[in-house]
Write a protein that binds this ligand. Sequence first.
Ligand SMILES: NC(=O)c1ccc[n+]([C@@H]2O[C@H](COP(=O)([O-])OP(=O)(O)OC[C@H]3O[C@@H](n4cnc5c(N)ncnc54)[C@H](OP(=O)(O)O)[C@@H]3O)[C@@H](O)[C@H]2O)c1
Length: 338
Amino acid sequence: MKERSLGNTGLKVSEIGFGCWAIGGNSYGDVRDEDSMKALETAWSSGVNFYDTADVYGEGHSEVLVGKFLKGKARDEIFVATKAGWNFYPPSRKSAQRGEAVSGKVHRSHHYKNFGPAYLRFACEQSLKRFGVETIDLYQLHNPSLEQIREGDAVGVLEELKREGKIRSLGISVHTEEEALAAIEDPRVEVLQVIFNLLDQRMKEKVFPAAMRRRVGIVAREPLASGLLTGKYAPAHEFPKNDHRRRWVAEKREIDWEKIRRLRETLEGKNIPLQQAALEYILAFESVATVIPGAKTGTQVTENLRSFVAPRLTAETFAAFKKLYDTEPVFGQGLIPR
Ligand SMILES: NC(=O)c1ccc[n+]([C@@H]2O[C@H](COP(=O)([O-])OP(=O)(O)OC[C@H]3O[C@@H](n4cnc5c(N)ncnc54)[C@H](OP(=O)(O)O)[C@@H]3O)[C@@H](O)[C@H]2O)c1
């Protein structure tokens, strides 16, 4: 597996990492822990050394599984990244009361955004326990608002955690270009996690060049557009209740399906599956340090690793994809408003 530098962190991460949201079990339909463990081990045995999760994925469950997976492996050979800022601890628990007053909108029944110092410190301790490690390789703020990024207070807390040896490097996971640019302006921020895939390439215009200039490492998330770029979800597909994709509205689904039709048309006769081309396309951007497809099974991991094991995307197809996105009006539609 090829490795790239994650900005200035000193971490050499595999080009393809592993996104651990689905294995948390509460957002991508049903998953079985034995399949999730197999997926993690398959990735590891193929050279994947970067695993991205968040405390809130499965309310700690994803981190618990990653902790199990870490057992018995040389700690300096695996990089574990997690995020904090969504307080999911039931309010009745004493531990949660140590967090500061909740702020921001309610996500699920008891999920609140909280980037206060006491809460972040508490959350970091919980993540360390779930992983069973002394240091987290990359600790990220989980979708703070633009104001919270600009204030910079939460980054200050992460800096303290770094000085104390609880985390090795710090980053921010963001939604919008504006948030990404604000994060890059903070000289303490070492890593930025952004959405980047064939359907949403907004970050390539200003954010990637700015990150390159400042040597901020880019982690490209949702590379398969939450599974859409496998081509298996026609607009009529019904997602189960415990699947976040159930929230996609009909109009967006029709537009995305048309984009997928156009992308597939471009691949006709080229003998490369869309999902593989989708991952290779992202890897072609040198500003991206690692791309982190989520996977629920070992088979999905193996399929996704084909983009590394047997790359097939030619410069001509890369250019055709880029042109489609940059010039075809449909690609400017159906994007989540930022
Ligand atoms: N705010 C944030 O910070 C944030 C937000 C989102 C994601 N992330 C991170 O980014 C990672 C990647 O994003 P993501 O997992 O949401 O989306 P993704 O990587 O675009 O898509 C992952 C999903 O696609 C399907 N899939 C993957 N490989 C496949 C294959 N070979 N064949 C068929 N289906 C396949 C699986 O779901 P099905 O089989 O059910 O379709 C899988 O759960 C996350 O896991 C998480 O670590 C961070």
